[in-house]
Design a protein around this ligand. Structure first.
Ligand code: G6P
Length: 609
């Protein structure tokens, strides 16, 4: 997590640094800081809290200069405070760091025993202290930097400026991304290439082990063997439209993004169904769907729940065995990885550390790796054999909404393609399902017109402390995702369980103080969910049912509230049910007054383990 931005320019870079941090705040927003170097040495400003606090600090104590580094933090080691905010510095060097230094404790003990004094609780401060140690031994700047980096275990991306080198910035990476931006007036550095798009016209990604020395006119990159290298540059342009960046009259980005879902599904469908002939236009996959025995799908958070939904589709109507994994488990489980089983990785950001590591692990095991990503120049996209992009546009709210339904859209098309290739459905059925799919945007827009009914239910829930979500079959991942949304943005403790597991434990929690939300779409499992619903109702729970009108009528005597979902093609139910749960969480959060777009302790892109 955390974001790094750095700039060297003919004019003062302060405003670029602030703009860069604002673009990167999705990676963390609990403190921020900048350091500037000029002929009088190093100076910095830091502030606890969001970037606005740093801006305020700079208004009262301005800091201008032509060379600077900046950082927005998501705390891993040490509280979110000004003292722990980056850049960290000694009298000789200032460093902004992303990642985790796993041996920081040993290094700190060693340095302290040599008389070095630390001022923060962070792992990151080890880096400037260690560089200073090597400088004190008489090493040149780049040698001191390289020697320090060699001692570090874990992952990092860093930007560093030295007090006696006012004309250059150093950058290095191992495990965490960093990109260099080339512009007319100067050079830039960012931990996400997208943050460079408003200032640079060309960019390149640094590779693991690279060390770059950036001056106004020149960038010199050396690789892990200390050999000069060139990294391929690409032309970059501002892809984010203004409509992505402003709230367009909505109170929060999250609400705007919920309302964008009809358009996002339409755009994603348009990308894969370009012609009138109903062909699903995927890039050439590195495996034959017809002959596939098994597929692994891996992701984190909401992307993991998208994978769980796809399992029901791929197994249920495409006849393909699917194993779904949480990336952080998959990468360390030491399970047998079969080279003939491909893996599909799902990630909105394309930068999630565990998903990226899982992808690298699968590639090392000679698996074919494809991924569904929203950011097409992300690390996961670049390292996959084939990517299937989602067309969600920039998602700014930390809680994922439109990226999720865009992932579902691609996964449904993937399942359809697999079902046809494997002879599980014929062309007529494929055509029927595709035409149902194209109806989704208007169904979603109609559903959104009844948002006020969900607000009324949220009003009943605003003072609760816990909530249990239940679901069966494909409704289970929907319940899990609904509970995740609620806890992320309202801080209400929400758990989701397979309804069939109710009697194996969670029912012990149920009484009048535990509302239970049951996701029960019509279908063969409805009657079973209804039994579970009655079980919790008879123990005093307030029950909210999410189902179609017929289901609600059947459950009428046992429920306290209901969200009616239009009756649609059963395979497509996840698209609408998830919308209802997103809106419920959103309106509860509005009533509770939480920071909906940037909830406490969370980050949009989780780039450390
Ligand atoms: C974070 C975000 C979630 C997201 C998850 C996985 O936790 O807050 O919204 O689902 O990371 O992110 P990815 O970018 O890999 O989909």
């Amino acid at each position: 997590m955390c974001g790094i931005f750095a700039a060297i320019n003919k004019q003062s870079v302060t405003r670029h640094l602030i703009k860069g941090l604002q673009n990167l705040s999705y990676r963390g927003y609990d403190s921020a800081g900048i350091a500037i170097v000029d002929h009088s040495g190093l100076q910095r400003r830091r502030a606890e809290g969001k970037i606005e606090r740093l801006i305020h600090c700079l208004e009262t104590k301005p800091l201008e200069g032509r060379v600077g580094i900046a950082h927005t933090r998501w705390a891993t080691h040490g509280a979110a405070s000004q003292r722990n905010a980056h850049p960290h510095m000694t009298s000789r060097v200032a460093v902004a760091h992303n990642g985790i230094i796993e041996n920081s404790h040993q290094l700190r003990t060693e340095l302290e025993s040599r008389g070095f004094h630390f001022e923060s609780d962070t792992d990151s401060e080890t880096i400037p202290q260690l560089i200073t140690f090597y400088l004190n031994l008489g090493l040149e700047h780049d040698q001191a930097l390289r020697s320090a980096l060699e001692r570090l275990e874990g992952s990092f991306a860093i930007a560093a400026v030295f007090d006696d080198l006012p004309d250059c910035i150093f950058a290095a990476r191992r495990g965490s991304p960093l990109a260099l931006g080339y512009a007319n007036g100067g050079h830039f550095l960012a931990s996400d290439i997208n943050a460079l798009k408003s200032v640079a016209d060309q960019a390149c990604h640094l590779e693991d082990g690279d060390l770059a020395r950036i001056s106004l006119l020149h960038i010199a990159i050396t690789d892990q063997h200390n050999k000069r290298v060139d990294r391929p540059r690409q032309v970059i342009c501002e892809q984010q439209s203004n409509s992505d960046r402003d709230k367009q009259g909505f109170r929060h980005y999250m609400l705007k993004e919920i309302h964008q879902q009809a358009g996002v599904i339409k755009r994603t469908l348009g990308n894969y169904l370009p012609g009138a002939d109903n062909t699903i236009d995927f890039p050439l996959l590195p495996f034959n769907l017809a002959e596939l025995q098994r597929l692994n799908i891996v992701g984190c958070g909401t992307s993991h729940y998208a994978a769980m939904i796809a399992k029901y589709w791929l197994e249920g109507f495409a006849g393909l065995a699917v194993e779904v994994d949480i990336a952080s488990e998959y990468r360390y489980r030491d399970g047998p990885v079969c080279a003939s089983t491909p893996s599909l990785f799902i990630s909105q950001s394309g930068e999630t550390a565990d998903t990226l590591a899982a992808l690298r692990h699968a590639k090392q095991c000679a698996q074919h790796c494809i991924s569904i990503v929203n950011v097409v120049d992300s690390s996961i996209a670049r390292e996959s054999h084939v990517i299937l992009p989602t067309m969600a546009g920039a998602e700014i709210g930390v809680a994922s909404t439109k990226a999720f339904t865009a992932q579902l859209t691609v996964l449904f098309l993937f399942s359809l393609k697999a079902a046809v290739s494997r002879g599980r459905i014929n062309q007529t059925e494929k055509k029927r399902l595709q035409s149902q799919l194209t109806l989704l945007p208007s169904i979603i827009d109609n559903f959104l017109n009844s948002e006020h009914r969900i607000l009324a239910i949220a009003q009943k829930l605003q003072n609760i402390e816990h909530m249990l979500y239940l679901g069966r079959g494909i409704a289970l991942p929907l319940a899990l995702e609904g509970a995740l949304k609620l806890k992320e943005i309202t801080y209400i403790h929400a758990e989701a369980y397979p309804a069939g597991e109710l009697k194996h434990g969670p029912i012990a929690l149920v009484d009048a103080s535990m509302p239970v939300l049951v996701v029960a779409p019509p279908g063969r499992l409805f009657a079973k969910s209804l039994s579970n619903l009655r079980e919790v109702s008879s123990r005093g729970a307030k029950v909210i049912l999410v189902s179609d009108q017929q289901g609600i009528d059947e459950a009428q005597d046992y429920i306290d509230a209901a969200i009616a979902i239009p009756t649609i093609e059963p395979l497509l139910q996840p698209f609408i049910y998830t919308l209802a749960l997103q809106l419920l969480a959103y309106h509860c959060a509005v009533l509770k007054g939480t920071d909906i777009d940037q909830p406490r302790n969370l980050a949009k892109s989780v780039t450390v383990e």
